[in-house]
Design a protein around this ligand. Structure first.
Ligand SMILES: [Zn+2]
Length: 112
């Protein structure tokens, strides 16, 4: 066996190389003869050939979008929890008011 299959991208590398030529994943000693294994784990990011100039994967626009989404999510979460808290406070207030009225009525009834 003189070749090792990359477990990340499936590229056949020389068994002497420590890292995959394409995706730079460390090559665990997995002989090519073990090609009967079911499905290699899908690469977590699109594989880019070395020949092509690596595109800037984190463009400023994308970062901006992500930041906006995160900010909106946090803002939404805060707003929602505020509203929920207000609703609960209002409920509690009504509950205690009602109970106070009932207590008053009971006291009046006791006095009679
Ligand atoms: Zn690879």
């Amino acid at each position: 066996m003189t070749s090792v299959k990359c477990s990340q991208c499936g590229l056949i590398n020389l068994s002497t190389s420590e890292f995959c030529k394409r995706c730079k994943a460390s090559l665990e000693l997995e002989p090519e003869s073990a090609s009967s294994f079911v499905a290699p784990p899908a690469p977590e990011y699109p594989v880019i050939d070395d020949d092509q100039p690596s595109k800037c994967r984190l463009s400023p626009l994308r970062i901006l979008i992500v930041v906006l989404v995160v900010v909106f999510a946090v803002w939404y979460q805060f707003n929602r929890s505020d509203a929920a808290r207000d609703a609960q406070a209002q409920k509690d207030k009504e509950f205690y008011q009602k109970r106070a009225e009932e207590d008053n009525l009971r006291h009046l009834g006791d006095r009679r």
